[in-house]
Ligand binder design. Structure first.
Ligand code: HEC
Ligand code: HEC
Length: 242
């Protein structure tokens, strides 16, 4: 019952976003020199804040997320590199209005203007995600089951987060971010935050509904699974098809 409900919500969303993408895919005009200049200025603005912080006092992102947004696994700081622009903008807005809980990020987002948020989201979305080392021990079977098949009321995570949790690509990614290779502790904290209503449930309330159906043991297992997934598929190691 509930499974059908959550899964169909996801598919309805996939369809809506997909249609919007199709409608907006008109041929783009050739970029004018002025556009190229504006894009370069936007990157320069982002790099300034990433390395030195903002004039309004937002801390330098590089301190915690790294210069290219590589994150810090041991400190459970998520990587931002390669996350979709639209997703990053939405998160910074949620921190700004205190809807997503994290005192450091709330203070930082509050000091950023929407122009700066746009520039930073564009900058990090264009970086290459950090390579993830294969784990010494395989992730728990419970995590693998949840991720690939779903369990009880919860649809398979890969339905919305793409193969290996690397995202669905294109316009869909803004709604459904990649989650592969994020620190396990970070993923766990997000799922618990949704369970406790401390993070906005996001598009169509999907993650709020899903997290409420996960037990603590399932949260730990599925977090370990995605933390162990490579962010990029290496050409020399083709994926084994089930
Ligand atoms: C003091 C350390 C620190 C600094 C400096 C910092 N961040 Fe963060 N950031 C964090 C932590 C910790 C989290 C995870 C918060 C959570 O658990 O919800 C985070 C999360 C985020 C997220 C959400 C990522 C996701 O996958 O949902 C974004 C976006 C972000 N930070 C952007 C920035 C930007 C842009 C800057 C610079 C202007 C910045 N951060 C500076 C510590 C920091
Ligand atoms: C029906 C679609 C759907 C399914 C299935 C789904 N998710 Fe999500 N997930 C989303 C959406 C939409 C977001 C973006 C939420 C937002 O914008 O804050 C998201 C975001 C996330 C994030 C936040 C990433 C970050 O960088 O902070 C994590 C972690 C996550 N999901 C884990 C899972 C896990 C684990 C499962 C399986 C148990 C799962 N998801 C199943 C739709 C889904």
């Amino acid at each position: 019952m509930k499974f059908t409900c959550l899964a169909s919500l996801g598919f309805a969303l996939l369809l809506t976003v997909g249609l919007a993408a199709a409608q907006s895919s008109q041929p783009a005009a050739p970029p004018a020199a002025a556009d190229a200049g504006a894009a370069a200025a936007q990157m320069a603005l982002a790099r300034q804040i990433v390395l030195h912080g903002s004039p309004q006092g937002a801390h330098a992102c590089a301190t915690c997320h790294g210069e290219q947004g590589q994150g810090r696994i041991k400190a459970a700081f998520p990587h931002l590199a390669g996350l979709p622009r639209g997703y990053l903008v939405r998160q910074l807005q949620h921190f700004d209005v205190l809807a997503r809980d994290n005192p450091s990020m709330q203070a930082i987002a509050h000091k950023l203007t929407s122009t700066q948020i746009d520039a930073l989201a564009t900058y990090f979305s264009r970086q290459v995600p950090p390579p993830i080392m294969p784990p010494a021990t395989p992730p728990p079977a419970l995590g693998t089951e949840l991720a690939l098949q779903g369990r009880n009321a919860v649809p398979a995570c890969v339905t919305c987060h793409g193969p290996g949790g690397r995202g669905l690509g294109g316009a869909l990614s803004a709604a459904f971010p990649p989650i592969a290779g994020q620190p396990a502790v970070y993923i766990e904290r997000q799922l618990k935050a949704w369970k406790q209503g401390q993070r906005p449930p996001g598009p169509d309330g999907l993650m709020g509904a899903i997290a409420k159906h996960l037990s603590v043991a399932e949260i730990t297992a599925v977090s370990q699974y995605f933390a162990a997934q490579p962010t990029l598929v290496v050409a020399s190691a083709p994926e084994v098809k089930p």
